[in-house]
Design a protein around this ligand. Sequence first.
Ligand code: F6P
Length: 309
Amino acid sequence: MNAAIRAIVRTAISENLDVYGVYRGYEGLIDGEITKMESHSVSNIIQRGGTILKSARSKRFMTPEGRARAYENLLNNSIDALVVIGGNGTFTGAVEFAREYNDYPVVGLPGTIDNDLYGTDYTIGFDTAVHTVVEAVDKIRDTATSHNRLFFIEVMGRDSGYIALFSGVAAGAEYIIVPETKTYLDNIARLLKYDLRKNKTSGIVIVAEGDDQGGASQIAEKVKERLPEIDTRVTILGHIQRGGTPTPNDRVLAGILGNSSVKALREGHHGVMLGLVDKKVVETTFEDAIRKKKDFYFGLLELARTLAI
Ligand code: F6P
């Protein structure tokens, strides 16, 4: 997100626009936590995780009173357009806000590690999260192989298996469990048993937290009931996936989209999320970005199984 903020601020300044940062997302907009940004305000942040502007989930912005205060603060600061960075919640708020306040110009950038937004190949933060997961799994594999254990590793993704999918393929997991497919534990137990009997002494199963059979702990328990002879362990990676040095791919994506957001607003476009599809910046209405289901790359699930023999 910092790389995106930097790109927005510096593009705006290069186009002789005044640019303001709003702290804590919609919460700060309601409370008037707004500050003028200069070029140096975004110096030395491109390599930092998190966001210098901080972030918050805002219940108050879901109310008409909250949005009215936000609008007042925008008027008081003579701010006539907004760039919001986030996912479903952020864009839902933006749609409601623009509807109430004469089509107030808002452009969105896809900022979520889950990569679950329609209208962009990748979301800002996804690549970094996958990178972190793969590093962690590589380390866990040392214990798995040395102790002949089967590890169930839980990654984030409440409704989306993208982090599990990409990190599972990249880390050479034996099995990847995602919410996009129904999970049949008997099948998984059978395949794992076969793998472990045939040619393996250890295994890695990546579990997306939002799976229909539960998280890694529940799934490990159920597999253990079917394979009591196997030594299993569970690791939940949690919030390490949401921090750390952003990867070059994420920084480039954030730079392109941050820059394009200022240009889009100047050209009078709004009510859209910007994304990168096949190396081109595309605009998708907030409604579509939220409601349409991004294609899931099912082929990678098969690839993981093929390569895990
Ligand atoms: O929405 C993105 C996400 O990273 C989910 O994958 C995860 O479940 C959630 O955020 C964690 O949110 P919080 O930090 O509020 O617990």
